[in-house]
Design a protein. Structure first.
Lengths: 350, 306
């Protein structure tokens, strides 16, 4: 019995690893079917992520920052049963706010300007998520649809901003002016790795403590697993929990947009995000919505993202193809969870 | 308003509405069976690429057939994971859409090069219906469209008949209202739902084909731009009824065609405002429609094998 329980625990731990392996295998197959050389492409992918210290510090880790940050928020929302598919839009809302405020703070001391920029980004992400909250609680519109549609609105907003109010001073390129030094996150000298990583890791630990040791954390989990029971038996205000969870996840995504502008790109432009808001769904699901595991999972997907850019440069494979791997990983995790739940069900009924 | 301008606007509204109509009618079938499939965005995109590939190789009909096949294949994956295995429908659909974006991006680059397809694809020509197309204003809008648009119109009564006048439709709707009770009554819920999803996928694929072969004339990465998701909103607005879905699709077609109208009028308003109009209208109409119309009771619920 104990041997079997042990084996089951190991299977549980290995499931995400297996999911990733299947994801990579299907990616190789997809590359082959589409007519690329999988060896060449995957080799470039590996080198782009782990090939050198520079690859790790300037390509992999900087991409992990938005993925972990957004992934934490999505994990939080999903745990409370709020299906936020709009992180991409909330990220852009944060990026727009960070750019706008950052450009105004040129003369400020960095110690003040950077926190103000990040706070603005967070607030903008939260504000972008508040419309879906209102639509759900007031009108019953599923947040899945509303958050998703607002992604397109946010992308159009960025498009307008960089050709309108926030366009660079010469009015030639569709991008903003570069942020003043005061509004930029400090980085490790000689690399693109910025302070956002430390902040994201800190947030992960805080969230872990929140879920593990606090009453609201417990209420979040209760609402997500069975809203009716949480409301009726547990006296939880599930509407408030829903609003808080979706709002907070929007805040996280907005903050990630702030990190990106203030730490990596230093300017606003279209396609600033290579789909971080969607990839972060895979990040959160692979981590089974656990904050600490989200860090590991975020690093893994950052490796895929960093590698995919190298793959596009070296093997002329469109970077977007890694979404195939992400899709497979999400589905593999879903299936393994579904099967486990079913087996547990069968055991109870037997 | 200038009459020619109005005529042109209505004609483009109907043309733009056609892909939405196909996808929304298909999704109606799926949702009537109790399954919400966000993967139809991916199915539509796969259909669009397949239409471009098939169209380039063997003409418009080959393109349309390839598109249906591609849509069915994507939704088959969805059915296996979300209906057979009973995984979360929303997340499965999102994942499949992501996967379709990645795969179509890769295949497109390899098949047509970094520059894209260009304008070499054959397209469905406008097929004016003798007599009717000469009617003022509506003649151009409704009766001088491509064959695919007429096919979309024909699908409306056909879907209605399938849903409300056949035993299959009755059982499908029952499965959507209560999987448990339907099972008890001997209805094969899983099989019916799978069929609903596959029809939905094929129709979404056809929607992608009409986008490429009767509207844009080329394929581009991510070209569906959320039309599959808008179709899902159209289903809600159309109260899961094919006839009302037609009305909702035309309404959204008009909203999307507004940007062409305003471009030709040359107003000073930023064009992005017209780009977002359909999405904002979707949200506004959902806020008005949700709750006032009855969704299938078991829509989106995960099924425990019973």
């Amino acid at each position: 019995m104990t041997a079997r329980a042990g084996a089951r625990r190991w299977a549980l731990r290995l499931a995400p690893v297996a999911a990733v392996a299947v994801g990579i295998a299907v990616l190789a197959l997809a590359l082959l079917v589409a007519g690329y050389d999988p060896g060449l492409a995957l080799g470039a992918l590996w080198r782009g992520a782990f090939g050198s210290t520079d690859a790790v510090l300037s390509a992999l880790l900087p991409r992990a920052i938005p993925l972990i940050t957004i992934g934490l928020g999505i994990g939080l929302a999903f745990r409370a049963g709020a299906l936020n598919i709009g992180a991409e839009g909330q990220f852009y809302a944060g990026a727009v706010a960070a750019t706008w405020i950052g450009l105004l703070l040129g003369g400020w001391p960095r110690l003040v300007a950077v926190p103000v920029v990040l706070a603005a980004a967070l607030a903008a992400g939260l504000a972008w998520a508040s419309l879906p909250i209102l639509l759900r609680l007031r009108f019953g519109v599923l947040e899945v649809i509303s958050t998703l549609l607002l992604n397109f609105v946010a992308e159009a907003l960025v498009s307008w901003m960089v050709q309108g109010p926030l366009q660079e001073s010469r009015h030639v390129y569709p991008q903003s002016d570069p942020l003043p030094l005061a509004a930029r996150l400090p980085a490790l000298p000689g690399t693109r790795l910025h302070l956002g990583l430390a902040l994201a890791l800190g947030a992960a630990v805080l969230l872990w403590v929140f879920f593990r040791y606090s009453l609201p954390g417990f209420q979040f989990r209760a609402t997500g697993s069975n809203p009716v029971a949480a409301r009726v038996m547990g006296g939880v205000n599930t509407r408030r929990v829903f609003a808080l969870a979706l709002g907070a996840s929007g805040g996280f995504a907005g903050l990630a947009g702030g990190f990106e502008v203030s730490g990596t790109s230093f300017a606003l432009f279209q396609s600033l995000s290579p789909g971080y808001g969607f990839t972060a769904i895979a990040v959160a699901l692979l981590a089974r919505l656990d904050p600490l595991a989200t860090v590991a999972s975020g690093l893994l997907f950052a490796a895929l993202e960093a590698g995919s850019s190298a793959m596009q440069r070296e093997a002329q494979v469109p970077a977007v193809v890694v979404w195939v791997a992400e899709a497979v990983i999400i589905i593999a995790v879903l299936l393994s969870d579904t099967w486990r739940r079913r087996r547990a069900h069968a055991v109870v009924e037997a | 308003m200038d009459l020619d301008l109005l005529t042109g606007f209505l004609a483009s509204a109907v043309r733009v509405a056609t892909p939405l109509l196909f996808a929304a009618l298909g999704e109606t079938m799926s949702e009537r069976g109790g399954v919400i499939n966000l993967g139809i965005e991916g199915a539509m995109l796969a259909g669009a690429l397949a239409a471009a590939l098939g169209g380039a190789a063997g003409g418009v009909w080959a393109g349309a057939a390839a598109a249906i096949l591609a849509g069915v294949l994507v939704s088959l994956l969805f059915a296996l994971v979300a209906v057979r295995a009973g995984a979360d429908q929303i997340i499965t659909g999102t994942a499949l859409t992501l996967g379709a974006v990645g795969l179509t991006g890769a295949i497109n680059r390899q098949a047509f090069g970094a520059a894209g397809v260009g304008l070499t694809l054959p397209t469905f020509p406008a097929l004016p219906i003798p007599g009717l197309s000469r009617l003022p204003v509506v003649g151009q809008a409704l009766f001088s469209q491509s064959l695919l648009t007429y096919l979309g119109f024909v699908m409306v009564p056909l879907s209605w008949w399938l849903l409300y006048r056949t035993r299959w439709g009755l059982e499908l709707r029952a499965a959507g209202e209560s999987a448990k009770n339907s099972r008890a009554a001997g209805v094969q819920v899983t099989r019916l739902r799978t069929m609903g999803v596959l029809i939905g996928g094929g129709m979404a694929g056809l929607g992608g084909a009409s986008l490429v072969l009767a509207q844009v004339g080329t394929f581009a990465e991510k070209m569906t731009a959320g039309r599959g998701f808008i179709a899902i909103a159209i289903v809600v607005l159309g109260a899961w009824n094919p006839v009302r879905v037609l009305g909702a699709a035309l309404f959204f077609g008009a909203a999307m065609a507004l940007q062409f109208l305003f471009q030709s009028l040359g107003s000073g308003v930023p064009y992005q405002l017209f780009l977002v109009l359909p999405y904002l209208l979707t949200l506004a109409t959902l806020a008005g429609a949700w709750g006032r119309t009855a969704a299938p009771a078991d829509l989106g619920k995960e099924e425990s094998e019973g």
